[in-house]
Design a protein around this ligand. Sequence first.
Ligand SMILES: Nc1nc2c(c(=O)[nH]1)N[C@H]1C(S)=C(S)[C@@H](COP(=O)(O)OP(=O)(O)OC[C@H]3O[C@@H](n4cnc5c(=O)[nH]c(N)nc54)[C@H](O)[C@@H]3O)O[C@H]1N2
Ligand SMILES: Nc1nc2c(c(=O)[nH]1)N[C@H]1C(S)=C(S)[C@@H](COP(=O)(O)OP(=O)(O)OC[C@H]3O[C@@H](n4cnc5c(=O)[nH]c(N)nc54)[C@H](O)[C@@H]3O)O[C@H]1N2
Ligand code: SF4
Ligand SMILES: [Mo]
Length: 703
Amino acid sequence: MPLRVLPGSLEKVKTHCNLCAMQCGFKLWVEPQNNLVIGLEGDEAFPTTHGLMCIKGSHSYKQVHHKDRILKPLVREKISDNFREASWEEALHFCAERIKTVQAMYGIPSMGVYGGGALTNETVYLLGKWTRLVLKTPNIDYNGRFCMSSAAAAQNKAFGVDRGLPFPVSDIQEAQFILLIGSNIAECLPPLMDIFSEAKAKGAIIFLVDPRKTESFRVADRHLAIRPGSDIAFAMSLLHVIVKKNWVDQEFIRNHTKNFDAVKEAVKDCTPDWAAKLTGLTTDDIERTARLLAKVGRTMVLSSRGPEQQSRGVDTVLSFINLVLATGKIGRPGCGFGTLTGQGNGQGGREHGQKADQLPGYRKIDNPVHRKEIANVWGVDEKEIPGPGLSAYELLCAVVKKEIRGLFVMGSNPVVSAPNAHPITEAFKELDFLAVADFFPSETAQLAHIIFPVTVWAEELGTMTNLEGRVLLREKAVEPSGDVKPDWEILCSLANELGHPQGFQFKGIEDVFEELRRATKGGVADYFGITYEKLRREKGVAWPCPSEEHPGTPRLFENKKFWHADGKAVFHPVHYRPITEEPDAAFPYLLTTGRLLHHYLSGNQTHRIPDLEAHAREPKAEIHPSLANTMALKNNEKICLSNRRGRIIVSVEISENIRPDTIFVPFHWGGDQCVNILTNPALDPVSRMPEFKACAVRIEPVV
Ligand SMILES: Nc1nc2c(c(=O)[nH]1)N[C@H]1C(S)=C(S)[C@@H](COP(=O)(O)OP(=O)(O)OC[C@H]3O[C@@H](n4cnc5c(=O)[nH]c(N)nc54)[C@H](O)[C@@H]3O)O[C@H]1N2
Ligand SMILES: Nc1nc2c(c(=O)[nH]1)N[C@H]1C(S)=C(S)[C@@H](COP(=O)(O)OP(=O)(O)OC[C@H]3O[C@@H](n4cnc5c(=O)[nH]c(N)nc54)[C@H](O)[C@@H]3O)O[C@H]1N2
Ligand code: SF4
Ligand SMILES: [Mo]
């Protein structure tokens, strides 16, 4: 942070970062008389992060008054026209008319809605309600389908509840052995590096399981360079060893779980030799990991997108959960399974009804009791609520197939972040109607007929739920710039314009939260006992919180009680299956994708900040020296990576830190640098998660 002279009238507004799920506590430096945010500092009083932050967060305030902000509604008839500025009245009318036309011509379900995990709980809640009651279409899903869906489905199956971390971040410090799988905390959740260091200082042993030896290795003791997509074989062989050596916790299994015998049977042949061939790890590594998991007192298994963004993501996560259940390492501090949520509101974003199969409070849209509960809150007949809709990639495929003819996107940039991006981008150009709500002109917004200019986080209140299930209040620091409006207000105005004002008349965002509280009452993610006043007082409250007197629930499985009706956790047998697209003679290398420290997701928010862009101006393909030698490649040389779905141009970065059979490319760029042109859209059968983490490619010269 550069030193600056602080003017006398500076105010410090306590709030949180707008980017990832750490939701670091910030104090924004504000000049109220000039309505300016001029800097920030960490908030040491915020219990999750104690004033820590990362470089992206420290520059995030530069988004607020950025010259690229969209400050007026922009409309155009056809996408070959230039945008023109419009009044809100005209823009809302234009949008409503186009929606009506699409639905009149092609039917109600031909309108789709695509949300995001950066939106506040209040917006997410209204987006689901608006889609189902005003547009009446079942087709709403969101970018979190590409993020947390496999871990969420697995946790629901095993525990009956899905809260990324079922314990507070601080519990990580109590672990004595941590198996960190496919998670690059150093670049993606940097404050966790301090927490892991604390654990290490107390003697914890940490194993990092990743095809790359990332910066996160700084806190690890051992790197297991796993072959992309083979985590399931690794986990199954660990359980095989634990069963064979009789290291299982019989008492825990008997008293607190169901179905262990089926799992035992499923791993019967999963020997370390078998797994070593599939994973590229040594039998020694496998046996050592199994021993530590079982024999160390407090062990934790933490995963991120590495093992989850696979077409067997749910089974892979289940196979790791089976390990903590079999060894009884769950339900006490310093133990358990957790998944590290990614987006700012990746957790709340999957609880309040913007998922195709879901209603608020983590209710299920095909459960008659749940439907009735929400119909009562909404004051409608249960029959008025549509059934399940299409999942994110399937929704985008329906655009390609011209079954979806109009799309409303709020808080996502799918032409950069969806797998097999090329046909999707082409199909977006053909949509009868595309509306995008964003504050910067993303690649997706540039294909729209209308862009709604929205507030950035510092310009409006709202709640977010962080990676440990702690609901937080993000305070407003300045008045909105230009002619922009908060997302939730746009939805209410559109409801009005579409002739459905009932249920969308709120005095302010707190009023929306009050309805959300009621809607979640009695649900798995119960926010009923949470109020804005309580959030301010308590610095956040972990759900479930069923009454105003309730302190919240930082630890979900205390006393070894799980969320299924009988209080038991459920083992799920899984079966090994290779990745969908194995390398072959034509496409001999494995491509995996992920993130860099200085950029965020599709890059729409970080490419515009010179201090961040200076560190990473283009995507580089991380390639092992042996592969570089075979192909006679040099550092920084441009190459073309191609496969059955397309080709991209990237620069070479030769690195000892990656497996020789694997190439890593970050996905923060669009256009002909968009790695999602290559990624495999094979979906997990349960979560509908695409296989972002493994596909086959070849290297060609740039011609
Ligand atoms: N700087 C930065 N931080 C972010 C984000 C960002 O875009 N930039 N995004 C946020 C969001 S939304 C998310 S979801 C999180 C994601 O956080 P992470 O999941 O930690 O990030 P990724 O880089 O996608 O993947 C993590 C690691 O998985 C490895 N990997 C690849 N394939 C496999 C595999 O098959 N098995 C295993 N075991 N590992 C594999 C990659 O090499 C990578 O190091 O980060 C959040 N934080
Ligand atoms: N190859 C590959 N692809 C991936 C992944 C991967 O690992 N590899 N990871 C996947 C994951 S985990 C994720 S989370 C997705 C994310 O993919 P995207 O959803 O495309 O991610 P963002 O870049 O955050 O897009 C959010 C957009 O909404 C805008 N925005 C931010 N806040 C708000 C708000 O409050 N309101 C409104 N209206 N707009 C807002 C931003 O400016 C931005 O344009 O990408 C997925 N795609
Ligand atoms: S770790 Fe995440 S929440 Fe914290 S400052 Fe960085 S981007 Fe923001
Ligand atoms: Mo994510």
